[in-house]
Ligand binder design. Structure first.
Ligand SMILES: [Zn+2]
Length: 326
């Protein structure tokens, strides 16, 4: 389907403007004038744009066919993708290019405005990057702390959310809950004081107090602890422990993306989701990927996410599986 630049562009067009072209500057839905087959000029304000402008594909010098191959490969890897393998598979000259692509795509793995977890949700934190016997509970300061929320789905696990947090303080934990879990849900935690105000924020709070033993935690909050052990295995396996703290948030997004779609048998649907999100987020300059701690000037207005992007015809061809909640 994607053997030519034109076919890739057409696909991006359908995902970005499912109801027809809409000018990113003035917001008008017009019939654009088309220059050199790839540039669209707004009939109202004359602003010229392309289907890749304002997306993560902006300014790329690599053909879209190669990008599409990369995205297909990334979405078909069960345990995540490493830059060195991506470089080999695509025959890219530089490791840095493969590394930068993976990082750009990780930023597209979280859907803007995605649904909150609901129902019964287990929540706990863990340290990443530390050997097990180095754990000193919540007092450790030199490790990266990650908070994990896991929906209960009968005896199994529904969707998950992960976030790197600076400390297990009440403020950080509550902020994470409000970003991740719908009010009215039952939030199940241990007796850590950081969770003491959960009930004040519209949740039903179920507390299970652990009595000392470390094994007890995995029995009383079994789902969240299963996710934590998978997360640690993934970090040590696919990435061999080499995930730097400043990029960890984006690796967590990739882990979440894969985990929440683990039962999706239709790889075409994952491919579609990732490209759909890639045209819905702003471009990421390499400097920002390398130095996320630096403040960057904002250059482009935020791109509107098409609300009814789900209804596209092209998509149903590719992703004929059921459209469950993701
Ligand atoms: Zn316009």
């Amino acid at each position: 389907m994607f053997s030519t630049e034109a076919s890739c562009r057409k696909y991006l067009f359908c995902l970005r403007w499912p109801d027809g072209f809409r000018c990113p500057r003035c917001g008008e839905a017009t019939e654009p004038k088309i220059d050199r087959e790839i540039l669209f000029r707004c009939a109202k304000c004359k602003h010229q744009t392309s289907v890749t402008a304002g997306t993560i594909f902006q300014d790329t010098r690599t053909p879209l066919t190669i990008w599409f191959r990369a995205i297909w490969w990334i979405t078909t890897q069960k345990n995540g993708a490493s830059a060195i393998t991506l470089q080999k598979i695509l025959g890219l000259k530089s490791y840095e290019t493969a590394w930068a692509w993976l990082h750009k795509l990780r930023r597209a793995m979280v859907r803007p405005g995605r649904e909150l977890l609901s129902g019964r949700v287990e929540v706990d934190e863990c340290y990443i990057g530390a050997p097990e016997n180095d754990m000193r509970g919540r007092e450790s300061v030199d490790k990266t702390l990650v908070v994990v929320a896991t929906e209960e789905n009968g005896k199994g696990i529904g969707r998950i959310r992960l976030k790197q947090i600076p400390s297990a303080s009440g403020a950080n934990l509550i902020r994470f809950l409000r970003e991740s879990v719908a009010p009215g849900s039952v939030v199940h935690t241990d007796g850590w004081r950081g969770y003491s105000k959960v009930a004040l924020f519209g949740y039903e709070h179920q507390v299970t107090v652990l009595k000392g033993k470390q094994e007890a935690a995995s029995e009383l909050l079994p789902r969240v602890h299963l996710v934590i052990s998978l997360l640690k295995r993934w970090q040590m396996g696919t990435h061999q422990g080499a995930v730097s703290h400043k990029h960890l948030g984006y690796y967590l997004d990739e882990f979440t993306f894969r985990f929440n779609r683990r039962k999706s048998m239709n790889r075409g649907k994952l491919f579609y989701r990732l490209i759909q999100q890639a045209v819905a987020i702003e471009p990421v300059p390499l400097d920002k990927i390398l130095h996320p701690e630096k403040k960057q000037p904002r250059k482009l207005p935020p791109q509107k996410v098409p609300a009814n992007v789900e209804r596209m015809n092209l998509v149903t061809e590719l992703a004929s599986g059921s459209h469950g909640r993701i």
